[in-house]
Design a protein around this ligand. Structure first.
Ligand code: IDP
Ligand code: MG
Length: 153
């Protein structure tokens, strides 16, 4: 089943809203395949944000992402990448639709609370970058029959 990657960014950790984010993905029906707290460093953030390396805010975004430890999560479900991306909301939290995480908890473009993978290719790359294979768990929740029709799996 498809996996996606989420970072609960420093602002959410500082504001005591880690549980709010995790709760939403749990309620949606995604399976938590892996989770850990870590302090990111410039090297891994340079890789993670390589697509932004020519932007004027590149240094600033990397600095803000290592201001305090973050929570890294891997969530799994049918079309998990798009589902989580939809729940994340648009990059600018001020214009993110209410009901999305950024739309409900944020006021900033840079300090926009959460990262989620934007494609299945990016998800695979990011999961491999941030997790060791043994940090991901393939346990069964026996909920499939309640979450999906047979032909959706
Ligand atoms: P995304 O997180 O919605 O996928 P990206 O374009 O991949 O957005 O940008 C990665 C992160 O860089 C954003 O989540 C945000 O924290 C930051 N960022 C993006 N655009 C700007 C900007 O114009 N100013 C400051 N920070 C930005
Ligand atoms: Mg992105």
């Amino acid at each position: 089943m498809e996996k996606t990657f989420v970072i609960i960014k420093p602002g959410m950790v500082q504001r005591g809203l880690i549980g709010e984010v995790i709760k939403r993905f749990e309620q949606k029906g995604l399976r938590l395949a892996g989770m850990k707290m870590t302090l990111l460093n410039d090297e891994i953030l340079t890789q993670h944000y390589a697509h932004l390396k020519d932007k004027p805010f590149f240094g600033q975004i990397k600095q803000s992402m290592c201001a305090c430890p973050v929570i890294l999560c891997c969530w799994e479900g049918v079309e998990a990448v798009q589902v989580v991306r939809n729940m994340t909301g648009s990059t600018n939290s001020r214009s993110a639709v209410p009901g999305t995480i950024r739309g409900d908890f944020g006021m900033s473009v840079q300090e926009n609370i959460i990262h989620s993978s934007d494609s299945t290719e990016a998800a695979i790359e990011e999961i491999n970058r941030f997790f060791l294979p043994e940090e991901l768990y393939d346990y069964s929740m026996n909920l499939s029959a309640y979450l999906y029709a047979d032909d959706e799996l």
